[in-house]
Write a protein that binds this ligand. Structure first.
Ligand code: NMX
Ligand code: MLT
Length: 425
């Protein structure tokens, strides 16, 4: 048994009992009211689901299992996955054991590459990633054990095994897609001596002579890992998983949601926007030029990517972390300088638009300029990096919900006529 499985086996019975008795004792109490605006407004702020891996207070940003993100910047992404699943950071033995599990569970079957090679040459990298994960669904241990008649209390175990398998292959799959999609030459085999983040950089084949890109990659994978349960990717994964679809189905579904421009795809859109600005003004623009460009974007009916958030009402601490990394390693880089100028100018513009609830940068505003600087210039690929990381959050949420036996998700919808009758409108 892996140390993570062992640890969870020790924690889960008490967690399950606690949640069951909590529901039994207090199940009829009210936790949230729902207004008509929320019903029509993407359920914003409605508290109607559970996620114990992380929370996002609007005035603080991401807190993972009680630890504010800024205290986790230096952690390895593998440590974050352990933390998300168990509520504690791993010991060095536990970390090593999880890294060994990833190594043991690696290896992508040849048919997956054949499926990807058969796709159109201009397929979006996100479509390739989701297809690659889905193509491996036949391997699901959860599906096999469910078919054999596993008991509900055992579901989390095969869910964990599937999630470890997916996390183990993801950097290799994602890097292989990069090399295939952008004609970078043959795939690069995994190097078992490397950690999850550095191994991904190695397989991408991007030059990293002093290890700074690997440092950025670890930070990137840590920062994007989870963002409570209601974001589109986590919520989609959770909803699909609640039907007891296995993790290959649920995680690829969640990533399909991440591929939307209002969600994870904003990172590609954001760098595109920044490069357009630079192209138009022949380099780093002046504040005035940038302000006009921002107004032109808004007036043409488009969003300014990388700005605004459904929950946050401050600068996203994930943006702050990228900004600080850029100040340390990319201060002379014109793309980074433009991103920094956008941060200076755009909130002031967005504050003048009454309907915009949050004028501040989100996670997607700054990451692209750093990737670009380190040689990953194909910005259509950026959401794939987000995906590798976000899979940790989705996977841990799936494991935890299977562990306490969450039922199928099925909220009640209403017709407009019913709502009007109900309200007496
Ligand atoms: N640029 C232009 N308009 C905006 C922006 C923006 N950055 N942010 C919000 N608005 C608009 C929004 O489109 C909506 O307009 P309308 O009523 O005409 O549909 C109005 O302001 C009110 O929206 P909010 O209540 O402020 O935001 P909401 O919770 O609905 O949406 C986002 C949140 C993140 C979808 C929205 O801020 C946005 O589209 N931002 C740009 C895209 C982006 O950066 N997405 C990435 C989010 C983070 N991630 O990785 O997932
Ligand atoms: C995320 O990381 O999922 C995004 O910031 C979007 C969200 O939380 O809604």
């Amino acid at each position: 048994m892996s140390k993570l499985k062992d640890k969870l086996a020790g924690l889960i019975p008490a967690m399950r009992d606690d949640i069951r008795s909590f529901i039994k004792e207090h199940g009829s109490k009210e936790v949230s009211k729902v207004t008509l605006k929320q019903v029509y407004g993407g359920m914003r702020g409605v508290r109607a689901m559970v996620c114990d891996t992380s929370v996002v207070p609007p005035d603080k940003g991401l807190i993972i299992r009680g630890i504010p993100l800024k205290e986790l910047f230096e952690k390895m992404p593998e440590e974050i996955f352990w933390l998300l699943c168990t509520g504690e950071l791993p010991s060095s033995d536990e970390l090593k054991d999880l890294q060994d599990e990833y190594r043991k569970n690696g290896g992508i079957p040849d048919y997956v590459w054949k499926v990807l090679e058969a796709m159109p040459k201009d397929a979006h990298p996100m479509c390739m990633l989701d297809t690659g994960i889905l193509a491996m669904e036949g391997e699901s241990k959860f599906r096999a054990s469910y078919t054999k008649g596993a008991r509900k209390e055992e579901y989390w175990e095969s869910t964990l095994e599937d999630c470890i398998r997916i996390l183990a292959i993801l950097p290799e799959l994602a890097a292989g897609i990069y090399r295939m999609r952008y004609n970078k030459g043959p795939r690069i085999a995994p190097d078992p001596s490397l950690d999850w983040g550095a191994g991904y950089v190695h397989m991408l084949g991007v030059d990293d002579p002093d290890g700074t890109f690997a440092k950025l990659m670890r930070l990137y994978l840590t920062l994007h890992s989870d963002h409570e349960g209601g974001n589109v990717s986590a919520h989609t994964c959770h909803c699909v998983g609640s039907a007891l679809s296995d993790p290959f189905y649920a995680i690829s579904a969640g990533l399909n949601g991440l591929a939307g421009p209002l969600h994870g795809l904003a990172n590609q859109e954001c760098l595109k926007w920044v490069l357009e600005v630079m192209d138009k003004f022949g380099g780093v623009p002046t504040e005035k030029e940038l302000e006009k460009f921002a107004w032109d974007t808004l007036n043409s009916g488009k969003v300014i990517p990388g700005y605004g958030h459904a929950v946050l009402r401050i600068t996203d601490p994930r943006y702050d972390a990228f900004h600080a990394f850029g100040a340390k390693y990319c201060a002379d880089d014109p793309v980074y300088q433009t991103v920094a100028l956008v941060f200076k100018v755009v909130p002031g513009v967005l504050k003048q638009v009454k309907k915009i609830a949050d004028p501040w940068p989100n996670v997607d505003a700054g990451s692209g300029s750093l990737l670009y600087k380190f040689g990953l210039t194909e910005f259509e690929y950026y959401t794939v990096l987000f995906s590798v990381s976000r899979t940790m959050g989705m996977a841990s949420q799936l494991i935890v919900s299977r562990a306490w036996g969450e039922p199928i998700e099925r909220p009640k919808s209403s017709t407009t006529k019913w709502l009007k009758d109900q309200i007496g409108a």
